[in-house]
Design a protein around this ligand. Structure first.
Ligand code: ATP
Length: 239
């Protein structure tokens, strides 16, 4: 076991009715890095993340730091330090910004008004704290979901396509705020993302999946130069 890993996945496999969506995937994410997971549609990215979070059944060993979490329920994995955002932000429509950030957090965190304010500021959420979430911009909705995840003080934050629906400048400023906020606590980010510019700018490492398998792993520069990756997926996008 690699003691410097924030997250490690060993021989993960998920099968749906004969379709192997995640096929014997092994990788580890060093502490403090931003790790991207990329791959064509249907490559298995979301299924892999769901397996890590306990939302999908499968085989393999998943560790958060030194702790094996693969046998735990999703809420126990969250308590162990895993947090995530979803492709479409999931917010409580009847609650305002502050209460959406606090909802579901352990009591001590939910009561930590100073930390909540700090997250609002650090992430650059523009809406007033009491604003109903149905009045929020798409960017603020995403950031409220991320703030909720960060209030738990996770060791690993998983972001599922956080830039979807945002322009490049908005996506960049969102990532700058998230990376800075997570770095300040020594946390680690795993980001599923299609936006190559965003990955080149913000990811330290990239894992490439294709048809459920690991096709390549490396820095954005190494991935860009990998012939198998270019052929399978990237085409002209990195050139
Ligand atoms: N609940 C399910 N039941 C059956 N098949 C599924 C289910 N979820 C995913 N799959 C299949 O598993 C494979 C991987 O899907 P997954 O959504 O994980 O890929 P992805 O890389 O996240 O794709 P995208 O970029 O389109 O979000 C696909 O073939 C998909 O059709």
């Amino acid at each position: 076991m690699d003691r410097t890993s924030a997250l490690s996945v060993e021989r993960a496999t998920v099968t749906f009715d004969g379709v192997t969506a995640v096929d014997d995937v092994t990788f580890s994410v060093p502490r403090g890095v931003t790790q991207a997971v990329i791959g064509p549609n249907g490559a298995g990215k979301t299924t892999l993340v769901n397996l890590v979070c306990g939302l999908e059944a499968g085989t393999g060993v998943i560790r958060l730091g030194d702790v094996a979490i693969s046998g735990l329920r999703p809420d126990r994995r969250a308590a162990a330090g895993l947090a995530r955002s979803f492709q479409t932000p999931i917010l409580c429509p009847d609650l305002g910004v502050l209460d959406n950030i606090r909802v579901g957090a352990p009591r001590a965190a939910a009561r930590d008004a100073a930390r909540v304010r700090e997250l609002l500021d650090a992430l650059g959420i523009e809406a007033p704290p009491g604003a109903p979430v149905d009045t929020l911009t798409h960017r603020d909705r995403r950031l409220v979901e991320i703030a909720r995840a960060l209030l738990r003080g996770p060791s690993v934050l998983i972001l599922d396509e956080p830039a979807a629906g945002l322009g490049q400048a908005e996506a960049d400023s969102m990532m700058a705020a998230v990376v800075e906020t997570v770095s300040a606590t020594g946390g680690t980010i795993v980001i599923i993302e299609h936006n190559m510019d965003l990955i080149s700018t913000w990811a330290d490492r990239v894992l490439v999946l294709d048809r459920g398998r690991v096709l390549a792993e490396g820095t954005p520069r190494e991935i860009r130069a990998d012939a198998a990756v270019v052929e399978a997926y990237l085409g002209g996008e990195w050139s």
